[in-house]
Design a protein around this ligand. Structure first.
Ligand code: OGA
Ligand code: MN
Length: 285
């Protein structure tokens, strides 16, 4: 079957047909995927029963793989695999009181991966290993379209401004695991511009990641919070969003440079195991 792309909404997302991630990827197919990834921002592949090694090998066609700075998230044998899973290494479901679980559940808040890094992730590739049959959808919003749609007054407010991205803020909002001294030292908070230009498409997008954002440069905290809330609301508008309902062995890849994502609620007593690779970005924003 020939490679093709079927748009999933008028604004964001396309389904990829005619690709088996386990097969070697030729240069032409890889380059068509790269182009489609920038155009659609989110690519969905069904029926991809990949092993972690196959998942990582496929991902390396798009760049170097990020290794998460937290031991709790990394797979023990394959550090390029992040386990977004409510099942611990001994096979037990994490209770809602578990600090790691709280951190995972905080992804119900819009964010873009690794925005707390000086060189944030270019993309993420998530494999549904065990999925829930109710809830647990992942939503993606097109931040280029969101930026375009901002009223002029808001465009003026974010222009030239920077927002603080702090991994430690995640534990504040989730009541979850406080970063260890090593994690804090490895990941100091960083100011990122609120408007970024996509290195491939040249298009502007709104760059926030509310799961990590507490402060905006030159603004009182209350004003910053109001502005972030307002931007959050606009980013949530269904016309910018694709909502992915998972089937086992779906793989979804998203461009972190022009999207945010969040998860919808699910019953935390049901097993949900997702494995993610993350592609290192081109450099500081
Ligand atoms: C992620 C994430 C969403 C999900 O993997 O980066 O936010 O649906 N996960 O598990
Ligand atoms: Mn994420």
């Amino acid at each position: 079957m020939a490679l093709s792309f079927r748009p999933l909404t008028p604004c964001i997302g396309a389904e990829v047909q005619g690709l088996d991630m386990r097969a070697p990827l030729d240069a032409d197919t890889a380059s068509r995927l790269r182009e489609a990834w920038v155009e659609h921002k989110v690519l969905v592949l069904h029926d991809q029963p990949v092993s972690d090694d196959q998942h990582a090998a496929f991902s390396r066609h798009f760049g170097e793989l990020e290794v998460h700075h937290q031991g709790i998230i990394k797979d023990r044998t394959n550090p390029a695999i992040f386990k977004v899973s409510n099942v611990d290494d001994d096979g037990n479901i994490r209770p809602p009181s578990d600090l790691t679980m709280k951190q995972l559940l905080a992804t119900k808040i819009w964010h873009t991966d690794s925005s707390f890094r000086e060189n944030p992730a270019m993309g993420s590739i998530l494999h549904g290993v065990e999925v829930v049959d109710e809830g647990g959808q992942t939503c993606f919003t097109n931040m280029e379209a969101v930026y375009e749609a901002l009223p002029d007054a808001l465009k003026a407010k974010v222009k030239g401004r920077r927002c603080l991205h702090d991994f430690a803020y995640l534990s504040v909002i989730s009541g979850g695991r406080k970063p260890s001294e090593e994690e804090l030292a490895a990941m100091p908070a960083i100011w990122q511009p609120m408007v970024r230009v996509h290195p491939v498409s040249g298009r502007k997008s709104l760059y926030i990641s509310p799961i990590y954002n507490e402060k905006i440069e030159g603004m009182e905290d209350a004003e910053a919070k109001r502005l972030l809330d307002e931007l959050y609301e606009i980013a949530s508008d269904p016309r910018f969003v694709y909502e992915h309902t998972w089937a086992r062995d779906d793989v979804v890849m998203w461009d972190n440079r022009a999207t945010m994502h969040r998860i919808l609620p699910y019953d935390p007593a049901k097993r949900r195991i997702m494995h993610r690779t993350t592609i290192v970005g081109d450099g500081p924003v």
